[in-house]
Unconditional design. Structure first.
Length: 166
């Protein structure tokens, strides 16, 4: 098998990559949550899950709408589109050749707004990496990165919501 043929074999469509990224983000979510729960020295740093209290206070339907529809769109605008595009504007001036800096800046900002607990901050950093990477991939293909990342984020939140609340 020639190398060109082998490359085509492993080249996936955008939709397959998106499914892969959503599953990877959910797997990170579950694994990191489990890992932090196993470390006794983190227990004093992790407060009660205030996100569950918020879900109980506003009701499941409102929380579902917010977590699965509204929050992914708003967070994509601010934490992927705005931060990545702003970083990309300054990328030449700062002589960055890699996309790693926009991805890390985006993921860091994304995780720092999810301060419900230490576990949540760590988990959302990895989810933020996946979302920022998706934004960069879709942007490179000259498609609509805001729409795609919003769908990926909403799908991730839907899976997590279903696992935790149903």
């Amino acid at each position: 098998m020639t190398s060109k043929r082998a490359y085509k074999l492993f080249r996936f469509s955008l939709s397959v990559r998106i499914i892969y990224i959503v599953l990877l983000a959910v797997a990170f979510n579950i694994f990191i949550s489990w890992l932090i729960d196993q470390m006794p020295f983190f227990q004093p740093l992790v407060p009660d899950e205030s996100i569950n209290k918020l879900a109980d206070d506003v009701g499941p339907v409102v929380f579902f709408f917010f977590a699965v529809a509204l929050a992914p769109f708003i967070e994509t605008i601010f934490f992927q589109a705005f931060i990545i595009e702003l970083t990309k504007l300054n990328q030449k001036r700062l002589r960055w050749k890699s996309n790693i800096y926009p991805i890390i800046f985006s993921a860091t900002a994304f995780s720092l707004i999810h301060v419900y607990s230490l576990t949540y901050v760590v988990v959302t950093f990895f989810v933020g990496l996946c979302l920022a990477y998706t934004y960069i991939i879709v942007r490179k293909r000259k498609q609509n990165p805001i729409l795609v990342v919003t769908i990926v984020h909403a799908t991730h939140n839907l899976i997590v919501f279903t696992l935790e609340h149903v």
